[in-house]
Write a protein that binds this ligand. Structure first.
Ligand SMILES: C[S@@+](CC[C@H](N)C(=O)[O-])C[C@H]1O[C@@H](n2cnc3c(N)ncnc32)[C@H](O)[C@@H]1O
Length: 290
């Protein structure tokens, strides 16, 4: 048997020598994961570790050294108030996207009401399912083009006990009639009160310039926004008026370089930009549309 605190000291040194940014945190999380624990382990703990578990842990360290993000190794990411499982077909949820949730909560929407929420491009479901947690009487439809992302979002909705309030639609917003299926599913009682989306918005010619951890591990379908980064916005905005209720709002993730073309698309579709919100690093991150 080996002692966890000794193993951690060695692995922290090892990750530091490979210039990993957070060697201590990475080591604690990976050792906890290798030991089958729910939490990371701490330096003051002195757990017994078998040779087999130590070998597994060292394999995980090697994967980390080669550049795989911790969240991808353990298959989970904490987002807003919950842990979301992720797979190779879902984007790794980003802390910046939490601003979308914050901004919707700032709109003074009655939390007790039965709102219809739509998450376009749900991935792991982190956005829509986080909103369901905030609006306990509301229901959610999650849409994604990727079946395996939908499978993951469904599992996350089960883990959070939201199954009764969530439906999933496998659809592509570039298809002409995709909203017809969506409205059929809703049985068109009402339109949506809240639409939330973090569509792919990286310009095609910038993909190769992304950080290796993003380029190699996030799915291309979740990143590539076409030549000007706006392909998905054009397809989504074209249908906002068919989908959004009169008093409803849309919160969509954006980036600084998209502002100018997005303003044109919004204007062309007869929509109104209510607000543009910056993230904590001062970059424009959320557009609220009515
Ligand atoms: C940037 S990811 C966002 C995932 C998740 N909402 C999040 O914030 O972590 C974009 C998502 O849109 C989906 N997507 C991309 N193109 C799509 C399309 N044409 N129709 C429907 N979904 C699409 C991708 O599969 C991916 O899950």
């Amino acid at each position: 048997m080996f002692k966890s605190n000794e193993i951690l000291k060695d692995s922290i040194k090892y990750l530091k020598s490979h210039r990993k940014e957070t060697p201590e945190l990475d080591s604690k999380i990976l050792l906890g994961f290798a030991l089958g624990l729910k939490e990371k382990i701490y330096l003051h703990e002195e757990l017994n570790v078998s040779e087999e578990k130590l070998t597994n842990f060292r394999k995980l360290l090697e994967v980390r050294v080669k550049g795989k993000p911790i969240s991808r190794i353990i298959g989970k990411r904490f987002f807003w108030k919950n842990v979301f499982n992720i797979n190779d077909w879902t984007l790794d949820p980003r802390p910046d996207s939490e601003i979308l949730i914050e901004e919707i909560l700032r709109q003074n929407i009655d939390k007790t009401h039965d709102h219809k929420i739509l998450d376009l491009g749900c991935g792991s479901g982190c956005l829509g399912l986080s909103l369901l947690g905030e609006f306990p009487n509301s229901s959610l439809i999650c849409v994604d083009r990727c079946k395996k992302a939908i499978i993951q979002a469904k599992q996350n909705s089960e883990n959070l006990f939201f199954v009764d309030r969530t439906k999933f639609l496998h659809a592509n917003w570039f298809d002409q009639n995709w909203t017809i299926n969506l409205l059929k599913m809703l049985k068109i009682r009402t339109k949506f009160d809240i639409i939330i989306s973090n569509p792919p918005y990286v310009k095609a010619n910038q993909i190769q310039k992304l950080q290796k951890e993003v380029r190699n591990y996030d799915p291309m379908i979740a990143l590539n926004g076409g030549d000007d980064g706006c392909d998905s916005y054009r397809a989504i905005f074209k249908n906002i008026r068919n989908l959004l209720s009169d008093k409803g709002i849309t919160a969509i993730e954006i980036s600084d370089y998209l502002i100018k073309p997005l303003k044109e698309i919004v204007l062309k579709e007869g929509l109104i930009i209510k607000n543009i919100v910056k993230d904590y690093s001062g970059k424009k991150r959320v557009m609220i549309i009515k």
